[in-house]
Each structure stands twice: as C-alpha cells, then as structure tokens.
Design a protein around this ligand. Structure first.
Ligand SMILES: Cc1cc2nc3c(=O)[nH]c(=O)nc-3n(C[C@H](O)[C@H](O)[C@H](O)COP(=O)(O)OP(=O)(O)OC[C@H]3O[C@@H](n4cnc5c(N)ncnc54)[C@H](O)[C@@H]3O)c2cc1C
Length: 642
C-alpha cells in the first residue's frame, strides 16, 4: 500500500519539460488561425465572415433573464465580499435555476447550453460578481462536468453528471505545495491495488477552488507504476478525504478554496477518467474550451468599468470642466473603449469557433485568456485612476458617506487572480511559443538538438530542403502591399498590415531558430514577444472582421464599431512595430545577468533602510501577530452544503 507521507519529488528542468512535452497534444487535425499566423499564412477565411450573435433560443432567453433578475435582486456582492461567504439562498437560487448544469447535456439533467450561451452567462456574471463567476466557472470549466463530458466512461457520466446538474458542486485538484505551473513534481500518488479494483490515493492538494463546498472532486495524481499522472473522480465524503483548511485571498473573498488531504482514500478503478497515465493531457484538453470562461467574464468586467468611467468622467468636474474633457482622461477612456471592443471580438470569436467545432482552438483560447486578462488588468487600473479616491474606497464606505456604492477596488481585487490561475499568463506564453516553433522542430528539430547523433542530423537535411525551399522565399514576396481586401474599405490597410506582419513574424520565428538553435527554448523574452505579436495581430484581425460584419449586417451601431476597430488597430500597429524592433534590439542578456546578481545577493545593499524580512518573519512567527484572534487555534469550518 502507498505510504501516507507526502514527499517532494526532485525533478530537473529537462524532466519537467519532458512531462510537459508528453502531455502536449501534438497533432493538428483541424485548422488554427494563430498556428497559421506563426507560419506566415494569414487565413482570413478562418475568421471572416465574423460570427455575429444569432437569434437566441427561447429557453436560453428565459434562463438569461432569470439569471439577470436573480443577480439584480437576490445577490448582494458587497455582502458576499465583506462576509467572505456565499449566502445559502444564493447557492440555492443558482441550483434552482440550473446554473450548475449550464453546460451539462439535457440527457443528464443539465440545461444543455452551447458554448456561446454559457459564455454570455459568464459575461453577465463577470460584470457583477467575481466570487460567483469563480464558483460556477471552476465547477463547469475545470470541475467534474467538463472532463467527464469529454473523456468519461458512460458509467461515470451516468453516475455523476446528473448530480452535478442539480447542483452538487465540484472542484479541480491539481496544485500542490511544490506543484504550481510544473506538474512534474507531483507528489500525490494513486497506487493501483493488486486486484486492480481500486486506486489508493495519498497526498495533499492546495488551493482547490470550491473545495470547502464540493461533493465531487477531479483529482490529479501520479501513478507510481507508470510514472505518469492520472485523473480521478473522488467523492469528498469518502473515508480519508479531509478539508484541512480554507484559504483566504486578496480578492474573491468568498472563494470556497481549500487545502485537501487524501489519506489512503480508496478510489474505485471505474472512477479513473479516460486512460491511465493520461491525466495531464485530459486536464490540458479540458482547458482548451474551459479556458474560455475567463476571457468572457473579463469582457463583462471591462464593460462595467467603461460604464462606470463614462458616467464619472462626464459628471465629475475639476479645473472647470468634466474630467473626461481633460486630454489625459479622455485618452484613457478611448483606450478602454477600443480595448473592450477588441476583448469582446476575441472572446466571441474563440467561443464561436469552439461551439462550431472543426477548428483547433487551443492557441486561440490561450491567446484569449492571456490577452483579455492582461488588457483587462490595465483597463481596471485606468478605471481606478479615473475614479481615483472613490475608486480606492470600498462600496460600504462610499455608501455610508452618501455616495454611490461603486466597487472598483473590489473588482480590481477580484480580477487580479485571472492572470495567475487556469495557467498563468507566463505559462500561456510558453504554451503558445512551443506551438509557434512546432513546425520547425518537426522539420529541423534533429539538426539543432545537441543530443541527436550525426546520422540523425544529416537525415534532417532532405526534410528541411523540401519544406524551406519554398516556404522561406515565399515569406519575402511583397504582395502583402498590393491593394488587397478592398471590400473592407478603411480596414483594408489594417488587414494588409496583419498579412505583412504575419510573414515577418514567421521569418523571425525561423531566424530565432537559426540563431539561437537549441538555446531558443531558454530565450523566453524573444519567444514571449513573438507570442505578443501574434496575439496583437489576432486582436486586430478579429476587431476588423467583427466591425466589418456589423457594417454588412447594417447594425445600428456599425459606424461606432468601425471607429473603435480602426483606432484599436492604429494603436496596435505601433505596438507590433515596437515588439518587432525589441526582438533584436533589447537589454535581455544584461537584464538576465543583473537579475542573477540580485538572486545572488549582489544588490542587497539596496535593502538598507527597511526592516529585514527574515527578522520580521521570525518575530511574527513567534508572536503570531499575523493571525486574527482565535484563528491560530481554530481551523475554519467548511461551509455547510445546502
Ligand atoms: C485563488 C486561487 C484559486 C486557485 N484554484 C485552483 C484550483 O481550483 N485547482 C488547482 O489545481 N489550482 C488552483 N490554483 C492554483 C493556480 O492554478 C496556481 O497558483 C498557478 O498554477 C500558479 O502556480 P504557483 O502559484 O505555484 O506559481 P509557480 O508555478 O510557482 O510560478 C511562480 C511564477 O513563476 C512563473 N513561472 C513558473 N514557471 C515558469 C517558467 N517555466 N517560465 C517562466 N515563468 C514561469 C509563473 O508564471 C509565476 O509567475 C488556484 C490558485 C489561487 C491563488
């Protein structure tokens, strides 16, 4: 039987990369707009005509208006934030309307909504309450329903999906003390019993969202016989499962987030999701679609900020005029509007692609997550600056002084985590960068790999000749400047820019390979800039095609949309040019060197004048001044399940 103690696995960088590589989905069977961009091919046909919202289905309209009404009348987000709890009547209300089963097929008792419908609900939630967004998103995007829908056996689906649909809450348990972005160090184990009947689960999982409320868990654990990770459905009330602690955060104060311990938990072998040893691949594939919750909810947040700033910049008068008429604030408002338009264009397109099928959206979903949360964070910072003192003040305090309770500070606290969880934005960059160089690794990987034999290296030449002989010269053909895309009117020049830039992007990927060779995987800043360029081009192309679709459909606000897309692209072009320049003219090496010096302690002289952290922590540990009275002794009780 597996041991009870949890040990940290020591894993080298190469081993960590190998685990990531093994769980990577290597095949590309359906087209991907961004993958094509990296290869210098601007596949406008994949994103044009842009899919505009279709006629709503009556059952979705009914749910949506019920949810809207519920959020308006039954949910007090300030109370949720201040008490740090989900009120029972809110959980019950969400259950009654079927919100926990939005994406679960009807045959299992769910609402059977499409990705697009689910995304609309997420946008609505994201505009009011981060805590509820996280509760529902963790349950349906990474919790039990989604991996079961994609990989679960018929038996598992029949057993658990109906329970999830009626509101048994689920959580996803991957992270551990030593496993953040790097799953190779996983120490939770799932040992198959000799009779093959069950797995014995041991380990401790950290930061499981919904953990204190959940009846069902998806748990990732290392199978010691295979040295690979498997995924299981585990019931929270099984013997040996303990909610050790509830974690508390800067924002998302009500998040029912837990440290969960598994002590010799017997998991029936039938509760394995998908194949043995394929857990990580299952998690990553689940996240391809699951990751779309965050960019859609981010759009809701961005629209709310824009609305708040529109009103405040119009009403607040300083220095003789509304603050929105001062150029510095006007520019922020303009950026907020154009970026919100682009964020929505990206989220809508990626969601629609996922909904329709026939596309491989893993890069588009990662781009949507990265771009919308990074831009969303800048946008909320602008909203804070525009609301200024009132942005920093809490809703309760504002209300007590007789002002409108507008919670920019709450939104800011709640939003920040989006750049960290469901794959941090650095990991999104790395994930996309890996795919950017994928074709080159297939063609020329053996040549630049120092571990390959001379024979292998030589055998790469015919492959390279066959691919590069046409591909590389074609990237220099300058028909990107020809007057193409004239049917797009004022947007044509932006599309030509995207086309030119994607050829340049592909050339830079190739040049990076030639110059840095095997070292390229360590040139993160170079790779990150390539990804940022691709994401920016994706944002430009989707904004333009969406604006064009609105013009074509004679949407009443088409002219406004056109202005937003145009200005967004003008700004974006400058950003792309800067990123291209910085690829080769930068201080990357010097900065890395200086940072290494900081880690070595070379710059410790700068810490003069502050309280030394080490001493501070020692004294605090001794006196436990960090703890609230009573909290040091008492573990927080899990919230009772309603
Ligand atoms: C509120 C909250 C809710 C969460 N919910 C869940 C949940 O439901 N289930 C779950 O399993 N986990 C959950 N997590 C964990 C979350 O997914 C992790 O925090 C996240 O994966 C990052 O891991 P880490 O914090 O350990 O950072 P680390 O992995 O230690 O990384 C630290 C920093 O280094 C960067 N970094 C790491 N590796 C590299 C690299 N190779 N190259 C460049 N940069 C790198 C990271 O991007 C990050 O900026 C939650 C966390 C929080 C705070």
């Amino acid at each position: 039987m597996a041991s009870n103690t949890v040990k940290t696995r020591n894993v080298s960088e190469a081993e960590a990369r190998a685990v990531a590589e093994a769980s990577r989905q290597s095949e590309w069977t359906s087209p991907s707009f961004i993958r094509e961009l990296f290869l210098g091919r601007f596949r406008l046909d994949l994103i044009h005509p842009f899919p505009l919202p279709e006629q709503e289905r009556p059952e979705f309209t009914a749910f949506y208006s019920q949810l809207k009404d519920f959020l308006l009348r039954e949910v007090d987000s300030v109370e949720i934030d201040e008490t740090g709890e989900y009120p029972q009547h809110v959980l019950d209300g969400l259950r009654r309307m079927g919100a926990f089963g939005m994406k679960i097929p009807k045959e299992y008792g769910g609402l059977g909504f499409s990705q697009v419908e689910y995304a609309r609900a997420m946008q609505l939630l994201g505009s009011v309450d981060g805590n509820l967004t996280a509760l529902l998103s963790a349950h349906q995007s990474i919790g039990v329903p989604q991996p079961l829908k994609l990989f679960g056996s018929r038996e598992l689906k029949d057993k658990y999906l109906p329970r999830c649909a009626v509101g048994e809450i689920s959580a996803f348990a991957l992270t551990e003390h030593d496993v953040g972005s790097d799953p190779a160090r996983m120490s939770t184990t799932a040992q198959l019993t000799e009779d093959g009947d069950s797995y014995i689960l041991n380990g401790v999982k950290l930061w499981c969202t919904n953990g204190t409320l959940a009846q069902l868990l998806v748990v990732m654990a290392m199978d010691p016989d295979l040295g690979k990770i498997s995924a299981f459905v585990v019931e929270a009330e099984w013997e040996g499962v303990t909610i050790e602690r509830r974690c508390r955060f800067m924002g998302l104060k009500a998040l029912a987030n837990a440290v969960i311990r598994f002590d010799n938990v017997r998991v029936p072998a039938a509760n394995l999701i998908g194949k043995r040893g394929k857990g990580l691949k299952i998690a990553l594939t689940t996240l391809n679609d699951g990751r779309l919750s965050i960019p859609n909810a981010s759009v809701g947040m961005a629209k709310r900020c824009l609305e708040i700033c529109r009103d405040w910049s119009r009403d607040r008068v300083q220095w003789g005029k509304p603050i929105g008429k001062h150029e510095a604030i006007a520019h922020k408002i303009c950026d907020m509007a154009t970026v919100t338009f682009a964020m929505e264009s990206i989220a809508n397109l990626a969601t629609e692609m996922s909904n329709r099928g026939g596309y491989d959206i893993r890069l588009e979903a990662a781009a949507a997550k990265e771009w919308n949360t990074s831009r969303g964070w800048e946008l909320i910072d602008d909203a804070m600056q525009i609301r200024s003192g009132r942005g920093y003040e809490t809703e309760s305090s504002l209300q007590a002084r007789g002002e409108q309770p507008i919670g920019v500070e709450r939104m800011m606290r709640d939003f920040r985590i989006n750049r960290i969880f469901e794959g941090s934005n650095e990991i999104m960059h790395l994930f996309m960068a890996r795919e950017a160089v994928d074709k080159h690794l297939q063609v020329a990987g053996d040549l630049i790999n120092p571990r390959k034999s001379l024979g292998k290296k030589l055998s790469a030449f015919p492959r390279m000749a066959a691919f590069y002989a046409w591909w590389y010269p074609s990237l220099w053909l300058r028909w990107g400047r020809w007057p193409r895309y004239s049917e797009f009117g004022r947007f044509a020049r932006h599309l030509r820019f995207v086309q030119r830039s994607c050829r340049k992007l592909a050339r830079q990927v190739f040049h990076g390979m030639l110059i840095h060779q095997a070292r390229l995987e360590r040139k993160q800043l170079f790779l990150f800039r390539l990804v940022d360029i691709a994401n920016e081009l994706f944002a430009m192309a989707t904004s333009v095609t969406r604006a064009q679709a609105l013009v074509r459909s004679k949407h009443p606000d088409a002219a406004h949309a056109a202005r937003l897309a145009d200005l967004f692209c003008r700004n974006s072009r400058r950003k792309v040019k800067r990123l291209f320049r910085d690829l080769w003219r930068n201080d990357d090496a010097s900065k890395y060197k200086l940072a290494s010096g900081v880690l070595r302690g070379d710059q410790d002289w700068m810490m003069e004048g502050i309280l030394p952290l080490e001493e501070l922590l020692e004294i605090r540990a001794a006196s436990q001044v960090l703890h609230q009275p009573g909290e040091a002794k008492k573990k927080e009780e899990p919230v009772p399940v309603g």
